[in-house]
Write a protein that binds this ligand. Sequence first.
Ligand SMILES: Cc1cc2nc3c(=O)[nH]c(=O)nc-3n(C[C@H](O)[C@H](O)[C@H](O)COP(=O)(O)OP(=O)(O)OC[C@H]3O[C@@H](n4cnc5c(N)ncnc54)[C@H](O)[C@@H]3O)c2cc1C
Ligand SMILES: Cc1cc2nc3c(=O)[nH]c(=O)nc-3n(C[C@H](O)[C@H](O)[C@H](O)COP(=O)(O)O)c2cc1C
Length: 696
Amino acid sequence: MALLLSSWISGAIMGSIMDEVKADVEAQQMRGASDSLFSTIDMILLALIIGGVTWWLLKRNSKKDNSFSNGKSYTIQPTSLTMQNSTDNSFVKKLQSSGRSLVVFYGSQTGTGEEFAGRLAKEGVRYRMKGMVADPEECDMEDLVNLKNIPNSLAVFCMATYGEGDPTDNAMEFYEWLQNGDADLTGLNYAVFGLGNKTYEHYNEVAIYIDKRLEELGATRVYELGLGDDDANIEDDFITWKDKFWPAVCEYFGIESTGEDISIRQYRLEEYEDAPDRVYTGEMARLHSLKNQRPPYDAKNPYLAKITVNRELFTSGDRHCMHIEFDIEDSKMRYDSGDHLAVYPVNNSELVEKIGKLCEKNLDTIFSLINTDEESSKKHPFPCPCSYRTALTHYLDITQNPRTHVLKELAEYCSDPAEKEKLKLMASTSPEGKALYQKWIIEDNRNIVHILEDTPSCKPALDHLCELLPRLQPRYYSISSSPRLHPSTVHATAVVVEYKTPTGRINKGVATTWLREKIPKEDQAALTVPIFIRKSQFRLPTKPQTPIIMIGPGTGVAPFRGFIQERFSSKEDGKQVGQTVLYFGCRKKTEDYIYQAEFEKYENNGLLTLKLAFSRDQPQKVYVTHLLEKDADLIWNIFENNGHLYICGDAKSMAVDVRNVILRIIQEKGNMTEEQAQAYYKKMETQKRISMDVWS
Ligand SMILES: Cc1cc2nc3c(=O)[nH]c(=O)nc-3n(C[C@H](O)[C@H](O)[C@H](O)COP(=O)(O)OP(=O)(O)OC[C@H]3O[C@@H](n4cnc5c(N)ncnc54)[C@H](O)[C@@H]3O)c2cc1C
Ligand SMILES: Cc1cc2nc3c(=O)[nH]c(=O)nc-3n(C[C@H](O)[C@H](O)[C@H](O)COP(=O)(O)O)c2cc1C
C-alpha cells in the first residue's frame, strides 16, 4: 500500500514536473534560437530536479517498504512509543551539545535490546562517560565516521537477531549500510552485545556480523563481543559481559571509575490533582484511537476487532485450546495464509489491584513520567498522562520475571535489612547472587507481585516501578484461516497457558487467559480486541500443483489449516492441486486432536494426506519425527519433484529434531555426505522451498 501510494505520489509529482518541462520546452521553441543557451541550462536544471526528486522518493520508499523490497520479513514488531525528531538526525551533534561521549544503539523488536542499551547508557556516568541511548532508525548512522571527533568516545551496539539471521526492523537500514558501504571507520571505538536464542539455527548472527564488519571497516573493538542466549538466562549473560566490559573500557581510555553506584531516575514524575483533558486509557499512540478508529491499522494503531467465534478445540483433559474468529470486515485489513495476527492483551485486574495495595498507592491517580534527558527522542516510557491502573493494565509487563536491575532498585525500598540484602545479592554478579537469582526468581517463577508479597518490607514508589518494568508486548498467532474462504474474518488457534509454580502459585498466560473469557453471546454487547496483522514470508508455492509437506504438531498446525483451505479453494476452482501432506501430532486422539473433522473431510475429498502421531495412545511414545523417518521415500520423492517443506510450532525441540531427521533422509536417499545433505537443505531454504514458522 505504502509502495502503491508513494508510486502514485511520485507519479503525480513527476507528471506535474513533466508538464512543466513540456510547457517550458514549447515556450522556448516559440522564443527562438537566440534563447537556446537558456533552454539548455533550464533542461539541465530540470533534469537535476527530476533526478533529485526521484532519488528522494525511491530512498523514502525503500525505507518504508524495506521488509518487502528485500524479501525479508520479521515476525515481531517493536511497540515502544518513540517520537521521531526528523529535523536533526546527527547523534554526534547531540552528544557534543550535551557533553556526552557514549552512545548505545539498539536493534530490538520486543524491547530487551532497548532495555539493555538503556542500562548501559545510564551506567556510563559511573565511569565518567555520560551516555545516550539511540535508535539506529532515527539516526544518520553515517555519522559514525564523525564520532572520533569526540575525545574518548564509544559506540555500543545491543543487537537482536530474528528469523533467518535477520536484523530487527529498526536496525535494517544500518545493517544494509554496513553490508553495502565501505565507510572508513578508523578511530571509532566500539563494542557489541548480541541478543539471540540458541534454539534458533542462526544464533546471534546479526551481532556476530556487526562486530566483525565494524572491525573490517577500521573501527577498534574495545571489548569482546558478548552473546546473550534467551533460551537460558540472557540477563545473566548480559550482566556477566557488562561486569568485564566496564573495566575494559576504563583501561582502554585510562579512566578511573567514580566508584559511585547511585540510582539515577531516567524520568521525572508529574502527578495531577485535577485530571488533564488528554488522558490515555490504553491507546498505543494516538489519543482516543480505540474510540475513533481510522485506518490504516498497524502496531501503533491497532484495529478493535469483534470476536465472532471463540470455541474450545480440545475434547477432553484439563488443558484448553481456543479457536477464535476476529471480524475484520470494516477494517480494510487484508491478510494472506501464513501471516501472523498480533493481539494486544491486558493484564489481569487482580494482579493490577494487588500491586496498588502492595505499593500503597491509589491507582486512579493520573500521572506522567517525563524523560529528564531532553535530547532523547523518547519523551515518555509509555503514553502519558494516564492513570496508574491504565499503565499497569495496558502498558507494563507485570508477569515476566524481573531483571536484576529492577531488584537492585527495589532493594532501596526495603525497611527490613535482611530483605534488602537478599535483593541486593540477587542483583549482584557474585556466584551466590547469580545462583539465588536463578533459584528464587527464574526457577520459582516469581513476577513483581510475588516478589513484593514475599518481601513485605519492600514498598517501592509506584512511579519508580512503572519506570522499571518493561513494556507489555503484543502476542502473535499464526493465522489459521485462508482469506479465500474467510475474507472478512481472521482465525487464530491458541493454547491457554496456565501452570503451577514451585511456590504453589498458579501463573496464567496474559493473553490466552484474557481471550478465554471473551466468549461472544448473542444478547450481549460485542467483545472486542485490539489487533493488527503482520506480514510474513511463510507462503504456499505460487503454483497449486507444487507438492507440499507440512509438519505442525500441536498448535503448529495453525497456519496449515489456512494452507489446506487455500488449496481446497484452488481445487474447487478447477485447478490441479499437487500432493498435500500434513504431519500432525498430539497426545491423544480423543483429547487434543484439533480440527479432526475438518482435516478428515479434506482427506476424504482427496485433497489431503494425513499422517498422525498420538504420542500417548500406545505404550511407546510416537512423535511426528518417527513418522517422517518411516516416510523417507515419500519425502525424498516430493523434494525431487520440486516440492516444498513447511515446519511450524515449537522452536525448542520439535523444529531441531525435524530438521535433523530431514537431513538424515536427504543424506540417505540422495546418497550424500553429511556436508552435501546440509548444502542441499540450505539450497532449499534459499529457494524458499523449506520454510519455518517457529516460536519458543
Ligand atoms: C511468530 C509466533 C507465532 C505464534 N503462533 C502461535 C499460535 O498459532 N498458537 C499459540 O497458541 N501460540 C502461538 N505463539 C505463542 C503466543 O504468541 C504466546 O506466546 C502464547 O499464546 C502465550 O501468551 P500468553 O500471554 O497467554 O502467556 P504469557 O503471559 O506470555 O506466558 C507465557 C510464558 O509463561 C512461561 N510458561 C508457560 N508455560 C510454562 C510452564 N509450564 N512452566 C513454566 N513457565 C511456563 C513461559 O516463559 C512463557 O513464555 C506464537 C508466537 C510467535 C512468536
Ligand atoms: C519469532 C522469533 C524469531 C527469532 N529468531 C532468532 C534467530 O534467528 N536467531 C537468534 O539468535 N535468536 C532469535 N530469536 C530470539 C531473539 O533474538 C531474543 O529473544 C532476543 O532477546 C529478542 O530481543 P528483543 O526483545 O530486543 O527484540 C527469535 C525470537 C523470536 C520470538
